[in-house]
Design a protein around this ligand. Structure first.
Ligand code: ATP
Length: 237
């Protein structure tokens, strides 16, 4: 069987000052699928995400989102059409409350969808009046992801959801996002440092090293072939 792809990269390259930081990126995310981008620091994961949403111009290859080529000239149009990025700094306004963020992110008032967010991240429910700057790291991350989901995205990309979070919180958040993505048919791209936790909720993964994909496959297979995974992850130059 073949599902439609919401986001597809083919031989994509992007970088800075004319030098590619990622090359040859192939990736496809369908409805309800989770694809992880893994790799050590500096491997090109964040660069890949920025290229996938048009915040960095492509130096080679192509990216198609929701059936249309991604153009770096108008990333806001992509956001409006339903491609949401949660950046690694979480993109919150510290002086605004949880409720403010949810109000600003939603497309239209939708009590059902709001309930879905609070069911997914119950810790947020008691914090609606609190300013984002006074939330814990985990609560901020739940707010960032929750607010993005309230915008009813068809594709959600999250940069290092687990950054600075206790493993226990990551263990709760990743499956919650995966379950919601499946239920709603949202395609998800995760950039993760927690390799095993990410693979446990992913359908597929791409391991980047030195800006190149060095291992791609079904998450279950990668978990079974640990030596190959480790070799790719820590790989030689
Ligand atoms: P990390 O896990 O540390 O966030 P990453 O896999 O997300 O790493 P990138 O942030 O994509 O890696 O960086 C890939 C390469 O591009 C690195 O060599 C990095 O130094 C370089 N780089 C990233 N951002 C810039 C920038 N704004 N200007 C120039 N070079 C950059």
């Amino acid at each position: 069987h073949r599902t439609e792809s919401l986001l597809t990269a083919t031989g994509a390259a992007a970088g800075y000052h004319g030098v590619p930081a990622v090359r040859g990126l192939d990736l496809a995310v369908g409805p309800g699928e989770v694809v992880s981008l893994l790799g050590p620091n500096g491997a090109g994961k964040t660069t890949s995400l920025l290229a996938l949403v048009g915040l960095l111009p492509l130096m080679d290859g192509s990216v198609t989102a929701l059936g249309r080529p991604v153009s770096a000239r108008r990333p806001y149009l992509l956001a409006r059409r339903g491609v949401a990025l949660v950046p690694d700094d979480r993109g919150l306004f510290h002086g605004l409350t949880v409720d403010d963020h949810l109000r600003l992110s939603r497309r239209k008032p939708s009590p059902e969808r709001e309930k879905l967010i609070f069911d997914t991240f119950p810790a947020l429910a008691g914090l609606r009046g609190r300013k984002a700057g006074l939330l814990s790291g985990g609560e901020q991350q739940m707010l960032a992801v929750g607010a993005a989901l309230l915008g009813e995205p068809r594709v959600l990309l999250v940069d290092e959801m687990s950054l600075g979070l206790a493993p226990k919180i990551v263990q709760e958040m990743l499956p919650a996002v995966r379950d919601l993505a499946r239920a709603e048919g949202i395609g998800v791209v995760l950039v993760e440092q927690h390799v095993e936790l990410a693979l446990a909720v992913s359908d597929r993964a791409v391991v980047l090293n030195h800006g190149r994909p060095v291992l791609t496959g079904a998450a279950a297979d990668l978990l079974k072939r640990r030596e190959r995974l480790e070799a790719a992850y820590f790989g030689a130059d």
